[in-house]
Design a protein around this ligand. Structure first.
Ligand code: CUA
Length: 377
C-alpha cells in the first residue's frame, strides 16, 4: 500500500540530493581551482619575494585612480544586474504562462508595433547610459588634472619588443623594467613605443594605457604610501604589457617600485654611479663589456659617452634589479649566465643575439654587471 504523502517527500528528497551533489561539485571545483591557482603561482619563474604583490589584481587598487575605476565598475555592475532581472523575470513568466498547451492548436495572436513599448525601450537604455556616463566623465576629468601639477615626477615610458624603458628627464636617468617612484607623489607618465603597439599596465595602480609609436599618451597617478622598510628596497607592484606585441609579449613585464622619499633620493643619487670594479674577474668583465656598448650603456663608464640612442636597455645599476630579461627570471648569477649564453632561450625572438661568449667570459661579465648596483652606494 502506498502512503498518501509518499510522492511529495520522495520528490523533495531527490531535489535535495541533487542540490547537495551540485553543492559538493561546485565546492570541489572551487577548492581545486584555488589549489591550482596557488600552485601555478608557486611554480612561476616569476615567483615573487621581498615585497612583490602577487597576483596582479585590479580589484584591490592602491591609487585613487584605480579605486575610482573600481567604483565605476561597481556602479555599472549594479545597473546591469538590475537590467538582467528586469528582463529575465518577465521572460521566464511569459515562457511559462504562454507555453503550448496540449490539444490547443490555435496560433498565437500576432502583434506588430506598439508605440508605447518601443518608446520605453528606447528611452530606458538612454537614461541608463546617462547614469553610467556621468560618473565616468567625472573620473576622467578628475584624473586628467594631475599632470598639470608642478610637483609631479615626469617619466617617459617607452615600450620596446620586449622590454619597458623608463626615462627621468629631470634626473638624467634611463633605466628598464623597474619604475622607481617616491611615495605619496603625483606622477606624470608620457607613454609611447619604439616599435609596435604595446600597453603599459600596473593593475594595482590602474589606467591601462596604449603605447603607440609616434604618439604620446598621458597617464597619471598619485603613488601610495610606502609599506616596506626601505632596507628591502621599496614596494614592488607587478605590471605586464597588455597588448599582443609579438612572440615574447607575455614576457614583457615591468614593476612599479614605491620608495620612501629618502629611499627615492638615495636611488636617484646612486643610480648613475659607475660600478665599483674590485676583483680581477670584474676587471675582465669590464673589458668584455666593451663588446656590448653599441647597444648598452652604463652611466659613468665609456659606454655612456658614445653618442646616439642605444637599442638595448641602459644597464646602470643593473645589479640591483630584482629580475632580468623584462621580468623573465630572477636576477641571479645563474640566470644571468643562462641569458648571456643565448638570450632567445629565455625570451624567444629577443633582439640580443647569442654573442658566442666562452664560459669564463660569461663568469667575468656576470660578476661585472651584478656589481653595477645602487645598493653599493
Ligand atoms: Cu609589448 Cu605586449
Amino acid at each position: 500500500m502506498r502512503r498518501k504523502t509518499g510522492i511529495v517527500p520522495s520528490t523533495l528528497m531527490r531535489m535535495m540530493c541533487m542540490l547537495r551533489m551540485w553543492g559538493l561539485g561546485a565546492g570541489a571545483w572551487l577548492v581545486s581551482g584555488a589549489a591550482w591557482a596557488q600552485k601555478s603561482f608557486d611554480d612561476m619563474p616569476y615567483k615573487l619575494d621581498g615585497g612583490f604583490d602577487n597576483p596582479m589584481t585590479t580589484i584591490s587598487g592602491i591609487t585613487e585612480l584605480s579605486r575610482d575605476i573600481n567604483r565605476l565598475y561597481l556602479t555599472t555592475t549594479i545597473i546591469v544586474t538590475g537590467v538582467f532581472f528586469a528582463v529575465a523575470i518577465p521572460l521566464i513568466y511569459t515562457l511559462y504562462k504562454f507555453r503550448a498547451k496540449e490539444g490547443d492548436d490555435t496560433p498565437p495572436k500576432q502583434l506588430h508595433g506598439n508605440v508605447i513599448l518601443e518608446f520605453l525601450w528606447t528611452v530606458i537604455p538612454v537614461v541608463l547610459l546617462v547614469f553610467i556616463a556621468i560618473p565616468t566623465w567625472q573620473v576622467i576629468f578628475k584624473h586628467d588634472g594631475v599632470p598639470a601639477r608642478a610637483d609631479a615626477i615626469k617619466v617617459h615610458v617607452i615600450g620596446h619588443q620586449w622590454w619597458w624603458e623608463f626615462q627621468y628627464p629631470d634626473y638624467g636617468i634611463k633605466t628598464a623594467f623597474e619604475l622607481h617612484l617616491p611615495e605619496n607623489t603625483p606622477v606624470d607618465l608620457s607613454i609611447t613605443s619604439g616599435d609596435v603597439s604595446h600597453a603599459f599596465w600596473i593593475p594595482k595602480f590602474g589606467g591601462k594605457t596604449s603605447a603607440i609609436n609616434g604618439n604620446i599618451n598621458r597617464l597619471s597617478w598619485v603613488t601610495p604610501p610606502a609599506k616596506m622598510p626601505e632596507v628591502a628596497g621599496g614596494d614592488y607592484y607587478q605590471g605586464q604589457c597588455a597588448e599582443l606585441c609579438g612572440s615574447s609579449h607575455a614576457l614583457m613585464r615591468h614593476v612599479g617600485v614605491v620608495h620612501t622619499k629618502e629611499g627615492f633620493e638615495r636611488w636617484v643619487k646612486a643610480h648613475n654611479q659607475p660600478p665599483k670594479v674590485e676583483t680581477a674577474s670584474q676587471r675582465d668583465g669590464e673589458q668584455i663589456f666593451g663588446r656590448c656598448i653599441a647597444c648598452h650603456a652604463i652611466e659613468g663608464t665609456v659606454s655612456a659617452t658614445i653618442p646616439g640612442e642605444k637599442i638595448g636597455p641602459n644597464l646602470s645599476s643593473f645589479g640591483s634589479r630584482s629580475h632580468l630579461g623584462a621580468g623573465t627570471r630572477k636576477n641571479t648569477e645563474e640566470n644571468l649566465a643562462i641569458w648571456l649564453r643565448n638570450p632567445a632561450d629565455l625570451k624567444p625572438g629577443a633582439l640580443m643575439p647569442n654573442l658566442g661568449l666562452t664560459e669564463p667570459e660569461i663568469k667575468s661579465l656576470t660578476s661585472y654587471l651584478r656589481q653595477s648596483t645602487y645598493k653599493n652606494y
